[in-house]
Ligand binder design. Sequence first.
Ligand code: ADP
Ligand code: ZN
Length: 221
Amino acid sequence: MRLILFGPPGAGKGTHARVLAETWQVPHWATGDILRRHIREGTELGKRAKAVLAKGELVSDALVNELMIDQMSEPDGKRGFILDGYPRTVGQADALENFLKRQNEKLDVALYFKTSVEVIVDRLSGRRSCPQCGANYHVRNIPPRVEGVCDRCQSKLVERADDRPETVRHRLEVYEKETSPLLDYYRRRGLLKEVPGDLDVAELQVKLRKILAGLAKQTTG
Ligand code: ADP
Ligand code: ZN
């Protein structure tokens, strides 16, 4: 099972990707999480990416492609993977396609989380994230069991710097310009599946499970 999840920031990709990855026992690779880990650990790459993320811009295709292709080349990706936040530009989509071709593999589906602006703004302004494991919460919609503490790893939750309203606005512009062309890209390849990102987590999870179960049936015949 090889899927990509894309859609505007705040669409819920990360939240759903984590659950799906557990159900299907495949790795979940979120480019944003991987970049933030590099920033936290102060690696060379992290140093280059830090200011870019803070401004809500995209890291260069060259850098992200290298990062994700290294990741996908690891043995734990053999049975499949869920990509969350990659590809995010047509250049990245081409790089992914070429990589998979070389491996004689292909994507099963590109899930597009169609989400309205009001929902995005509400979710991002209430979002709290775990700096350690990447889990996301929302002060009202998805509160952690203990306020301010991650359910999974007990780390202290933080508000992401790029969830500030001005930065959110810019991220949405970048999304429109750079990422929304992926809609046509995957539609033309017959891989696009649109899901309603506005739904709450439990409702959308039911839909996603159905889609994935359908795909699994197709691939196993
Ligand atoms: P969101 O989907 O909510 O915007 P992410 O955690 O996926 O959050 O991404 C946060 C930031 O990381 C982006 O604004 C961008 O700077 C960087 N980033 C993530 N994925 C990519 C990518 N595929 N290409 C370039 N930059 C990326
Ligand atoms: Zn955590």
